[in-house]
Structure formats: C-alpha cells, structure tokens
Design a protein around this ligand. Structure first.
Ligand SMILES: [Zn+2]
Length: 286
C-alpha cells in the first residue's frame, strides 16, 4: 500500500505538475498575445500609389496623399512615382510586371498618361481590378488612357470624360449625403481653383455622390465624386484635385480616406474606419 500510496502520490504530483505546467503555458500565451496585439489594431492596409506624368505637382501630391491618409487611417504605402519627364506618354513600369498588384490591398491611381492608348497595356492595368483589387482613381487618372479604343479603363473608372473646363473655383453639391463615403463632407463645398471634368457617360455600377457646378451655369453639372463597381472590385473616384491647394484641404483628405477605406470594405455605415483601421483606435489603445 505504501508503495501504491507512494506511486499514487507520485502520479498525483505528476498530474498536478502537468496541470500547473499547462496553466503556465496558457498564461504565457495570454500574456504574450496581450502584449503583442494592441486593442483594435488590425494589420495596416497595404496601398500602392501610382503617380506621375503630365501637368501636375506629383512630387508634392504623393506626400500630401500618403501622409494625409495615413494620419487618418491604418495604411502603409508603396509609391511608384515615374514619368514626369515623359508627360502624357509615360507607361508605368509596374504595369509590365506579372501580377502587378500582388501584395497590395488597394491601388491609388493618381497618374496622368493621357496619350497612352495600347489596348493590351490598358487591359493589363484593369484586369486585376476586374478580378477584385480595389481602386481609388483621382483627377488626371480619369483622363489617362482616354484615347484608347478599349473601354476597360472607363469601366474601371465608372465614368467617361475627355475634357475639362478652365481652372477656377467652383461649387460641389452632395447628392447622397447618407452614403458613408460623403458622411461629414459638406453638402455644399466651395472647391479651391480646380478643373471641372466634363463627364459624358456614367457606366453601369457607378453611383455619383456629388456634382460640380459650372460657375454661372447652375444646370451644367458634372459628377465629381462617385463610387463604382468593376467586376468584383469596389472603386472610389473623384475628378477633384488638380492643385495641391485642393488636395491639402481637410475635407478632401477626409473624403479620399473614406473612399479608400470603403473600397476595401473597411468603412462603417457612419463613415468611420472599421475597428483597427482608424488612427483614433490606435491612439485609444495606447
Ligand atoms: Zn489637372
């Protein structure tokens, strides 16, 4: 019995030690995961900004956009800035790579390549978006590839536009104030001197959220902010943003941030970043 008792005691001890060990392991896992994972933190969205080409201060704009958006949302950036010397003819090198969107959650197009028309090239750009990679299209991206015979770029954008009015201030009127992308954007907003792009066609899947009003011609209005669906992808677009003075405004950066988050399904119905994707979440968890 003694031996048995001893053995029993020994087995109990080993069992007790085993359960202590399991408890310690569990505690360690809990402590490490609490220490490593801030509350509400998500992995940052991996954004690719393609920028450059004709007619705009892309050197400044790449800073304004990346810093402005990352001050508002949990976004990491890769920036491809090329082609300022080639103007409207520039073909961005990244589009020549196989799987050119691989590793990115969203692509921001702020490029100006109006004279690039090669159909295969343009459809190389649009194909991964059609398959589901979200896109944000800004200002001269809407006039890029516009002379190409393929419609795929225009379908990606959600609009067709071939010309813009002279640069001057104009008013922007919100059409869908309940849409989360324009929640917080003024119902009437006076843009800094900017180019009002004339939109000749809306493609299926495009929902205009705001129009620009031609100065002195109240009925002559054009969509300037919209959301679109292209294949499996969500697309946010705005023709606003010729000049840095527009782009630097709080309302503009708030808007483009919401558009980017919406395209990635990371914007809630109130127009706020979903948990883990806003900078305020991060601040609260510290
Ligand atoms: Zn412009």
């Amino acid at each position: 019995m003694k031996i048995l008792n001893d053995r029993t005691h020994g087995e109990l001890s080993r069992e007790a030690q085993g359960s202590n060990f399991r408890y310690l392991c569990w505690l360690l896992v809990v402590l490490v995961s609490c220490w490593c994972t801030p509350v509400n933190a998500g992995e940052p969205l991996r954004a690719l900004l393609v920028t450059g080409g004709c007619c705009h201060d892309y050197e400044s704009q790449k800073k304004i956009l990346t810093e402005g958006i990352s001050a508002r949302a949990n976004v990491d950036w890769t920036v491809i800035h090329e082609g300022d010397d080639e103007g409207k003819n520039h073909k961005f090198s990244i589009y020549g790579k196989p799987d050119w969107t691989k590793g990115f959650d969203v692509v921001v197009h702020n490029e100006c390549s109006g004279f690039v028309t090669n159909v295969d090239w343009v459809e190389r750009i649009t194909q991964p978006h059609f398959e589901g990679v979200p896109a944000v299209v800004i200002h001269c991206a809407i006039h890029s590839y516009r002379q190409s015979t393929t419609d795929e770029w225009r379908k990606l954008l959600g609009v067709s536009s071939y010309r813009h009015q002279a640069r001057r201030p104009f008013e922007v009127v919100t059409l869908q104030p309940q849409h989360p992308v324009v929640k917080g954007f003024p119902v009437r907003w006076q843009d800094s001197p900017d180019e009002l792009y004339e939109v000749t066609k809306l493609w299926p899947g495009c929902l205009p959220l705001a129009e620009g009003v031609t100065p002195g011609e109240d009925k002559n209005r054009h969509p300037v902010i919209w959301v679109n669906t292209y294949g499996k992808a969500r697309v946010f677009g705005t023709t606003l943003g010729h000049g840095n003075d527009t782009m630097e405004r709080k309302e503009y950066l708030d808007l483009v941030t919401r558009g980017l988050l919406w395209s990635c399904h990371k914007l809630d119905d109130e127009g706020r970043p979903k948990s883990g994707f806003g900078k305020q979440d991060e601040a609260r968890s510290k």
